[in-house]
Design a protein around this ligand. Structure first.
Ligand code: IPE
Ligand code: IPE
Ligand code: MG
Ligand code: MG
Length: 332
């Protein structure tokens, strides 16, 4: 029996407790909007990466909790702004922040969480983390925040082009998605005082895992069950996103199908039938199988890299590997 689900719950409750203890103030409206997604659910994958990376590097889980909370809060900030950018109305099974409170409050809620992410990490000092370790962790948190913004911009720029290459896609997802997974691991490693060699291996592992995770996300955005997923399906097509599925499809289908798909991509008022027709073109050309194969390759690479890290905490290393497997096999 896998210990991962139990352990994930245990860490999520510690991290949530820390978040609620740290992120509070007035006016109430701002905090209700800021904590809306935290209360709604979410997988809490990034905190788990932080805690397990800290353990693999010889630290204990309580030392990692402020860093884990910091990255989850940074992630939550990006989700609030991402939902405005992507015009989505559902997240974690609830209406999006901008849908409930308006774009103005949603923008401020995101800004607020961005600042609280740093505040969470600063509190690592209260748990006895060394100031130089906390400083290194800050460097990784800041880097993640910068790179995710670059990635979100690339995501938009690609959606405005007719075609995109797989290399452009990989650069975009490494920045928009893997950056936070990398940050999660490196914050945990820094708080444990890990040597640079282990940090490098974790960086490469999480880069591969993050890319695999986003490919899976693209697939779920086409084939997923909205109720299980808690977010809309087919909205990537409406917004003209150059997902790996779209890139592959545009490169293999005949001219007629290509024109059809391009006419729906980015069409904000596309009907559900038009979106389904576009989805059908993607499904019938083997794009999902292709994307699955690439995700598996990246996941394999991530697993090999994690396996190559020497550690005394073999349990933590096993859990980290299981987590990577979950990241690409998930249905939500
Ligand atoms: C959603 O991330 C954003 C992406 C990078 C695709 P998650 O799928 O981890 O979202 P939550 O935290 O579980 O809601
Ligand atoms: C994921 O963006 C990356 C960030 C939120 C920064 P997406 O737009 O691809 O993810 P979902 O599908 O909305 O979660
Ligand atoms: Mg989105
Ligand atoms: Mg987006």
């Amino acid at each position: 029996m896998s210990k991962l689900p139990e352990y994930a719950k245990h860490i999520a409750s510690k991290v949530d407790e820390f978040i609620y203890e740290t992120v509070k103030g007035s006016p109430e409206l701002l905090y209700n909007a800021s904590l809306h997604y935290v209360k709604a659910g979410g997988k809490r994958l990034r905190p788990l990466i932080t805690v397990l990376s800290c353990r693999v590097c010889g630290g204990n889980e309580d030392l990692a909790v402020p860093g884990a909370a910091a990255i989850e809060i940074l992630h939550t900030f990006t989700l609030i702004h991402d939902d405005i950018i992507d015009r989505d109305e559902l997240r974690r099974g609830v209406p999006t922040v901008h849908k409930l409170w308006g774009e103005d409050i949603a923008i401020i809620a995101g800004d607020t969480l961005h600042a609280y992410a740093y505040k969470c990490l600063l509190r690592a000092l209260e748990r006895g983390a060394k100031p130089e370790s906390v400083l290194r962790a800050f460097n990784h948190l800041i880097e993640s925040a910068i790179v995710v913004a670059e990635g979100q911009t690339l995501d938009l720029l690609l959606s405005r082009k007719e075609t995109a290459s797989i290399d452009e896609y990989l650069e975009m997802v490494e920045k928009k998605t893997a950056s936070l997974m990398i940050g999660s691991a490196l914050i945990g490693a820094s708080l444990a005082g890990a040597p640079p060699e282990i940090e490098n291996r974790l960086r490469e592992a999480m880069k591969a895992a993050g890319i695999a995770f986003q490919i899976r996300d693209d697939i779920l955005g086409l084939l997923g069950d909205e109720k299980v997923l808690g977010k809309p399906v087919l909205s990537d097509l409406r917004e003209g996103k150059r997902t790996i599925l779209v890139i592959y499809t545009l490169s293999v289908v005949d001219e007629m199908k290509k024109r059809k798909l391009l006419s729906v991509l980015g069409k904000r008022d596309a009907s559900i039938d038009e979106l389904r027709e576009a989805a059908e073109i993607i499904k019938s050309c083997g794009a999902v199988e292709y994307a699955d194969k690439i995700a598996e390759e990246y996941a394999k690479k991530a697993l090999e890299l994690i396996n190559s890290i020497e550690t005394r905490d073999l349990e933590a290393r096993e859990l980290l590997k299981e987590l990577v497997q979950f990241m690409i096999r998930r249905r939500y």
